[in-house]
Ligand binder design. Structure first.
Ligand SMILES: NC(=O)c1ccc[n+]([C@@H]2O[C@H](COP(=O)([O-])OP(=O)(O)OC[C@H]3O[C@@H](n4cnc5c(N)ncnc54)[C@H](OP(=O)(O)O)[C@@H]3O)[C@@H](O)[C@H]2O)c1
Length: 256
């Protein structure tokens, strides 16, 4: 039975553990002790094991999942010494494989980028390298996107940020309906349903691009077209592009 050690039990790794168990995975999951309440709760509720130190987690595990924040990685690396050849999967944003190998030693290092929807097995699971242990182990958490280069992986990381921004956009639209008098639940249902409908139809219409579908709806003279004019005047789409550029430039700069 595979033993997965988790170094850094936080928001994302908790959701990943929940998703793995939700998928029926019965691999052994061994948790680091920091953030004790969270780790203890997971161990108790989801049949995970807890160890007294990061080193004890590493010693007991076949594969390690690193889930600390970028600024906490150096400290973590000072606290553990991994076995030669012990594979490592990192979900730490913006830290390339070369840095992971510098910090943890030359070994099989793979990277993964996921979203909160890992918890319900519906995340995008971006992985690099394409044929990595991360791709196999994390497949139950959602839609695996295998990236052949680290640059492509950073592009997929921008996708993970877009996922976060979309929550704010959805909230803003929902709030507009509430301001006009809709109760929050109805506003939420309407906006989410509209987005789900759009996603489903875009996937169904394989012969049309999403731009073409949009253009077929926002034909001149329609209310949709009027709204699009406002969005274009206010450079709404340009703002999204600028946000993507800002994140991507920083991620690429870290690759050196
Ligand atoms: N949250 C997301 O949806 C998301 C999405 C994509 C990627 N990520 C990436 O996932 C990583 C974690 O993000 P997060 O939001 O889950 O952060 P988080 O909730 O702060 O989780 C990090 C956890 O690691 C613990 N930790 C820090 N140093 C440690 C050490 N030396 N040994 C053991 N545990 C240690 C932290 O404890 P303390 O609280 O005591 O510091 C915390 O419990 C980040 O690198 C982020 O870029 C997150």
């Amino acid at each position: 039975m595979m033993k997965l050690g988790v170094l850094g039990v936080g928001d994302l790794t908790e959701k990943m553990v929940r998703g793995l168990r939700r998928s029926g995975s019965d691999i052994t999951i061994i948790l680091s002790p920091r953030n004790r309440d969270r780790a203890y709760g997971l161990a108790r509720d989801l049949s995970c094991e807890l160890r007294e130190s990061n080193q004890a987690v590493a010693d007991a595990s076949d594969v390690l999942l690193i889930g600390v924040r970028p600024g906490q990685l150096e400290e973590l690396a000072r606290e553990v010494s991994l076995r030669p050849g012990q594979p490592l999967i990192s979900v730490v944003i913006g830290v390339p494989v070369s840095d992971l190998q510098r910090l943890f030693g030359a070994r099989d290092c793979s990277r993964a980028m996921l979203s909160a929807a890992s918890e319900i097995n519906r995340s995008t699971v971006a992985v690099f390298p394409a044929e990595s242990i991360a791709a196999r182990l994390l497949a139950p958490l959602g839609n695996v996107v295998r990236l052949a280069t680290e640059r492509d992986f950073e592009l997929a990381t921008v996708g993970a940020c877009i996922n976060g921004w979309l929550y704010f956009l959805i909230h803003e639209l929902q709030q507009w309906f509430c301001d006009k008098g809709f109760p929050p639940e109805r506003a939420k249902d309407l906006v989410l349903s509209s987005i789900e409908d759009c996603t489903a139809y875009s996937r169904y219409q394989t012969s049309l691009s999403t731009g073409e579908i949009g253009a077929s709806i926002a034909i001149p003279g329609t209310f949709t077209a009027q709204g699009m004019e406002v969005l274009t005047q206010l450079r709404a789409n340009a703002a999204w592009r600028a946000a993507c550029d800002r994140v991507f430039e920083q991620l690429i700069a870290k690759q050196g």
